[in-house]
Write a new protein. Structure first.
Ligand code: HEM
Length: 281
């Protein structure tokens, strides 16, 4: 039936045009929903790309959280290759996330001011999906749940993530199961607190990096985690530089000191011992 209705009248080598309801593409992608979620709050034509870039980043955060949760679960089940596949996908996704800074990277203060007022107290600081990324990296903090008290689903998801082992906790548990001397105090740590670097864990990575052939899969896992950490650091620094260009040393819409606050956040290393161990190899 559909083949008789194609635009050229040619034959069966052209796409179908005839659908009783919404297209199967729409049913899968929900593009109509997705492309009607953009509601700029000012008349400034530059606000649209600010809003869409933020939404695009939220979607990438969502995919990356999915990958890291997949990786954490696979590590728990000792399925290292499955975890590596998810981590490697997340590396390409982090690169795409970071590339999406381009449209906002050179905002001038006058351009940003054209719609800054319309944002009110809104700030990426209130992004729950970004917080879930941080929690998976081991950067836990119960206080980050407070802004979401009024949103039950978001709050429940974040609270669950706060109490679950992070990706890094699962890595350290795997290293322990493989006979490496990860201290019991690290394995039994309060999962809802920020992960603090441990000299014994640093020594474990030092040994793994000193003799990569002893546990080649764990050495490759360490390098994949280092790639993740580097790309997260790059996101934070690209955000910092874009912010410095757009608003100098002004305070943020979210109420922080702005650039000086972001500088402190960006100076912390994800998976700390994977960086410090390198000095001892
Ligand atoms: C160039 C435009 C942007 C400027 C000037 C800017 C500015 C800021 C500032 C000043 C903060 C600190 C908190 C505050 O007081 O508001 C912040 C935090 C944050 N922003 Fe942006 N931002 C920009 C774009 C974006 C975009 C597109 C995203 C994507 C979702 C984003 C995500 C975040 C996140 C996740 C935080 C929290 C960081 C943390 O907790 O360490 N920002 N931003």
């Amino acid at each position: 039936m559909s083949n008789t209705l194609d635009a050229s009248g040619a034959g069966s080598d052209t796409p179908n045009l005839d659908f009783a309801g919404t297209t199967p593409y729409e049913d899968y992608v929900q593009a109509d929903v997705l492309t009607h979620l953009q509601h700029p709050r000012s008349d400034d034509p530059g606000e649209m790309v600010f809003l869409v870039t933020t939404q695009v980043m939220e979607l990438w955060f969502t995919v990356i959280v999915h990958e890291w949760e997949t990786a954490a679960r696979a590590l728990r089940e000792d399925r290292v290759p499955v975890a590596m596949d998810a981590l490697k996908r997340s590396l390409r996704e982090l690169e795409a996330l970071n590339a999406s800074w381009r449209p906002l990277a050179q905002l001038t203060p006058a351009q940003f001011n054209s719609y800054r007022g319309a944002l009110g107290e809104g700030s990426g600081f209130q992004s729950a999906m970004y917080r879930r990324m941080e929690f998976l990296l081991g950067e836990k903090s119960a206080s980050m749940l407070v802004p979401h008290r009024g949103a039950p689903r978001v709050h429940a998801e974040l609270e669950k993530a706060l109490h679950e082992p992070s990706l890094y906790d699962e890595v350290l548990r795997l290293l322990a199961r493989r006979g490496l001397p990860v201290p019991q105090s690290v394995l039994d740590r309060d999962l809802s607190r920020r992960y603090e670097a441990s000299p014994e864990v640093e020594a474990v990575w030092t040994a793994l990096y000193g003799d990569p052939d002893a546990h080649p899969d764990l050495h490759r896992l360490g390098e994949a985690l280092t790639d993740v950490a580097e790309l997260v650091w790059r996101w934070r620094n690209d955000h910092l530089v874009a912010t410095r260009r757009a608003m100098g040393a002004k305070t943020g819409t979210g109420g922080s000191a702005g650039v000086s606050w972001l500088e402190k956040r960006a100076s912390k290393n994800v998976f700390p011992e994977l960086w410090t161990a390198r000095s001892h190899v």
